[in-house]
Design a protein. Structure first.
Length: 438
């Protein structure tokens, strides 16, 4: 029976707490306004000044050293590919080419002489082979005759020795006189001498055969064509030098590597240039882009791929569309100057490249206005009158679950007329106190 009064007391207390929270949220009066933080999409727009530039701008440089004899272009002039931009003094180079050509002629003449001499030597070599072969045959025949002579002299010595032995026996028996023995011994000595002579002739004939064969081997090798090889090498070197001097002479004429516009002269006529020194800047006109100088405080508001609108006062009814292609990594000095004196130009900027299919009506060097839009799909958005500022501090007032109002510092992103993006220290669903309207 006591539970019903307790239940009634609890309901009364709950109603009182709800009333207090409602009173706090309302601020104690009927005109207190609140806002529940939500997520939504927002478009941030960044404005900047820019300059039309070529997407391909190069320094046209010399390939060889020399004095700039003629500079044939002026700034702003359009040139086609291979048009002559400048000419270096080529008098010294022509002299070097002439000397190289004369050296080539001399080397070719020496080669012809060496080849003629080689042919002559080759003919003599062939005759020498035939003569050497004939001599070998003769020497071998002579050696054969000498070997046959040895056989005859050996047989003669044998007969003389037998006859001397027989007479010696008869002399011992007293059958013959001493003069017969002396005559027989003399015939033996003579036969021995003739055999020794024949053996010497055989040795001499064998030596002649070896000599003839050596001569034949030498003749068959033929003359060494060292002179021809050396002459051909000299011709190759001289021809290579001519080609090199011709290429250097061609490089004294400086041509446009592509069609474009001369944006700046760097060298002057009469100036002595080193190899690789720049003559002018050449910008391709078939592909252009815009270099937008974005204030460093706005650079975090854009991303690569964001759409961009480019306008110029010369075309008031036209908008040229592109997109952010590259964002620089360094902040530098503002260089694109506006003719509007009210525009502040003393600030640091980041170069942002705007790419697109821009028409040729936008000329390289033009100053243009650029508007980049960044779309953020899931941003925490609040009304501008939910944000308060005291000095450099930016804050909002959040209503806690118990009804208390808490001051909280926040950082802001895109700030529009109707919505402000909050980047930190808030969550979706937080309840904010709006400032009182004047």
């Amino acid at each position: 029976m006591r539970r019903r009064p307790l239940l009634i007391v609890g309901l009364v207390a709950l109603t009182a707490v709800a009333g207090i929270v409602f009173f706090l949220v309302r601020g104690g009066h009927d005109d207190l306004r609140t806002y529940v933080v939500r997520r939504g999409h927002t478009d941030m727009t960044v404005h900047a000044q820019g300059r039309v530039e070529s997407a391909n701008e190069v320094e046209v440089r010399t390939r060889v050293a020399g004095t700039l004899a003629r500079l044939l272009v002026v700034e702003g002039q359009h040139v086609r590919v291979d048009d002559i931009i400048a000419v270096l003094d080529d008098s010294q180079q022509k002299a070097l080419l002439q000397r190289a050509e004369e050296s080539l002629l001399t080397a070719r003449e020496r080669l012809r002489e060496s080849e003629t001499l080689t042919v002559h030597r080759q003919g003599r070599s062939e005759r020498s082979v035939e003569e050497a072969k004939a001599r070998v045959a003769q020497c071998e025949a002579q050696r054969g005759r000498c070997e046959a002579e040895i056989k005859d002299r050996s047989a003669e010595l044998m007969l003389a020795q037998k006859d001397a032995d027989r007479i010696k026996t008869l002399f011992a028996a007293g059958a013959v006189a001493a003069r017969d023995l002396d005559s027989a011994n003399a015939r033996v000595t003579s036969a021995q001498a003739r055999l020794a002579s024949a053996e010497a002739e055989v040795q001499a004939a064998a030596a002649e055969v070896e000599s003839a064969r050596a001569s034949l081997a030498s003749a068959q090798v033929g003359p060494e064509p060292t002179d021809v090889r050396s002459a051909r090498k000299q011709v190759g070197q001289a021809a290579a030098d001519v080609r090199y001097q011709q290429s250097v002479l061609r490089d004294t004429v400086i041509r446009a590597p592509f069609a474009g516009t001369v944006t700046r002269k760097i060298a002057e006529q009469g100036q002595v240039l080193s190899e690789g020194e720049a003559v002018c800047l050449l910008a391709a006109t078939d592909r252009i882009r815009v270099n937008a100088e974005v204030d460093e405080t706005d650079i975090g508001k854009i991303s690569i791929g964001d759409p961009a609108r480019v306008t110029h006062e010369a075309f008031p009814d036209r908008v040229f569309v592109g997109e952010v292609g590259r964002i620089g990594s360094l902040a530098g000095q503002h260089t694109v100057r506006s003719e509007d004196p009210t525009r502040i130009s003393d600030f640091r900027v980041v170069d942002v490249k705007i790419e697109g299919e821009f028409p040729v009506t936008l000329r390289v060097g033009m100053t243009v206005d650029v508007e980049v839009t960044h779309h953020r799909a899931s941003a925490l958005l609040v009304p501008p009158d939910a944000v308060s500022r005291v000095g450099s501090d930016t804050f909002v007032e959040v209503v806690a679950p118990n009804g208390a109002r808490q001051r909280r510092s926040v950082s802001l992103g895109h700030q529009g007329e109707e919505e402000v993006e909050v980047l930190s220290d808030l969550r979706e669903g937080d309840v904010l106190v709006l400032q009182e309207r004047p």
